[in-house]
Design a protein around this ligand. Sequence first.
Ligand code: SF4
Length: 209
Amino acid sequence: MTLAVQEIFFSLQGESTRAGLPCVFVRLAGCPLRCTWCDTEAVRTAPGRPMSVDDVLVAVAAHACPLVEVTGGEPLAQDGAPELLRALCDAGYTVLLETSGAFGLSGVPADVHVIMDVKPPSSGEQARLVRANFDRLGPGDEVKFVVADRFDFDYALEILGGLPDRRFAVLFSPILSRLDPSALAQWLLAARVMDARLQIQLHKLGHFA
Ligand code: SF4
């Protein structure tokens, strides 16, 4: 199976419960979504470099880091993504998958830690969310809401309110160009979302190819 890979790089894990840890990122090319504030537009539209699963394993191993995140673009838009995820798990890595939630998670190996980056109304793509994906999530998985405004925040609360037995971690991040983190902090405290944590995009602080 051949994958279209945009880049493989070593940086800090950004918006997850593992934020701050060194991590190898495998960024797959392409995404069928069109979020209005997409910050990886070049990845979304570029063809990427063809690589086999074995090629990716070799490139990842060069960084000698136990934590690997497969991201995009939208990684699950590629048919080879589940095979890559399986191979990384079998090689002994702790494997994270960052996905928009617009594709079903049925092909994702159970030992992969899913980080579902739910697209809010300001993205223009909230209708793409596969809500059945929440049934796949459990301890070790995470749901992230990157919000631009109060409308996005209320949308996130509405989703969480419909999932009272949630077992996954809940993360909120502000789009820094659109929303002051302190405003989001105040909203979270006022809403008393006790299992949610506020994060900043740490992965934008360092990037080593
Ligand atoms: S899902 Fe991610 S890569 Fe795709 S358009 Fe939205 S922000 Fe960009």
